[in-house]
Design a binder for this molecule. Structure first.
Ligand SMILES: [Zn+2]
Ligand SMILES: [Zn+2]
Length: 361
């Protein structure tokens, strides 16, 4: 192992999930480097709505596990067989550890792997000061990009992936149903392809925030929402609709908002079984609407959403940092998780970021 490893502590602090609802800040050993991997000093790790489920509802695959899959940090040590030039570099991490042997993996379709491991759910993740990461999973990013911004790479890649599936053409009318981090990221990537992007939601606060980000908005609880949607779509309905919530009502609305030959990209995780009004379903047949699923992101030589995101974070005028509404240190984790668990009521929030290692001096 490269000598530099000796300079780093043997112990670290981490949030360890011992059971549903039992998350503890503990001191644990720093994981050991293995061949082909680096030691990442985690600088920032976002809290995903799926982490809320893992911590408070479903648990991780086994206990104890350190959750967290949306992270970025600095490469501080490397195994002997790893390119030394990676040391000191900033990187975000594709959190999936595919089997590399199934049919999907052989084609580079890692998100469809039938037997994968995953940082922060199936194995330890990023709510920790250090993590061992295979070089294969690293996405180096420019030093002008703050760590907390780079920690948005995972939701950004997921959003970009959906936008690619939507295949938006110039001047097409695009609707995004949802007002969370993913919905706004989808909107931002879509806006790069067409200037006609409308965000649909129910929360006045979040729609106001969407307006500040430069989006046209429509409140779905507004009685005149269908007329507004019609006007903004140019008459018949939207060319492309993204559903980024996953509730029965929003999926139905998303289908309804699409026009003739409209494409509906589904990326919200369903909250339960789904049912649909007959007339809305019928519109899929009569208007030959196309329903498309989007899952995770591409991370292969042929298509790499993560590389595109790293490029965007460096060069685009969109300030990804605007999506971070709350920042906490590891010590303040109880406060951070109370926010998503509703103990604090319904405070306005988008992305909650745990800033662990801090920026470089
Ligand atoms: Zn996530
Ligand atoms: Zn596989």
């Amino acid at each position: 192992m490269k000598k530099i490893i000796d300079e780093y502590p043997k112990e670290m602090r981490a949030l360890v999930l011992h059971g549903v609802g039992d998350l503890r800040l503990e001191t644990v050993p720093v994981p050991k480097l293995t061949a082909g991997s680096v030691l990442l000093q985690v600088k920032a790790c976002g809290i995903c709505s799926s982490d809320r489920e893992r911590v408070f509802v479903t648990g991780t695959y086994h206990f104890p596990t350190i959750p967290g899959h949306e992270f970025a940090g600095k490469i501080v040590a490397a195994a002997d067989d790893v390119d030394e030039s990676l040391l000191g570099r900033r990187a975000s991490v594709f959190p999936m550890l595919p089997c590399m042997t199934c049919d999907a993996c052989k084609k580079g379709q890692y998100a469809q792997c039938s037997s994968y491991n995953y940082f922060g759910s199936r194995c330890d993740g990023g709510f920790a000061e250090y993590l061992v990461v295979p070089v294969w999973n690293l996405v180096p990013f420019d030093e002008t990009v703050p760590y907390a911004t780079a920690a948005l790479s995972e939701p950004s890649a997921v959003s970009l992936h959906a936008v690619q599936i939507g295949a938006i053409q110039k001047r097409e009318a695009v609707a995004v149903v949802g007002t969370g981090t993913i919905a706004f990221l989808v909107g931002a990537f879509a806006k790069n392809l067409t200037d006609r992007v409308v965000i649909f939601g129910r929360s006045g606060d979040k729609l106001d925030y969407a307006k500040r980000l430069g989006f046209e908005t429509v409140n779905l609880t507004d009685e005149a929402y269908r007329e507004k949607a019609q006007r903004l779509s140019g008459g018949d309905g939207f060319d492309v609709v993204f559903e980024a919530v996953g509730s029965n009502a929003t999926i139905e609305r998303a289908v309804d908002l699409a026009g003739t030959f409209g494409r509906i990209v589904l990326l919200g995780n369903p909250k339960g079984d789904l049912a649909m009004e007959k007339n809305v379903y019928w519109s899929i047949l009569r208007k030959q609407k196309k329903l498309m699923g989007s899952w995770n992101s591409s991370f292969s030589a042929q298509a790499n959403d993560w590389a595109t995101v790293a490029d965007w974070m460096k060069n685009s005028s969109f300030d990804f940092g605007q999506l971070i509404t709350h920042r906490f240190s590891l010590d303040e984790y109880k406060e951070a998780f109370a926010l998503i668990h509703g103990e604090k009521g319904r405070e306005f929030l988008l992305k909650i970021m745990l800033e662990i290692g801090g920026e470089d001096e």
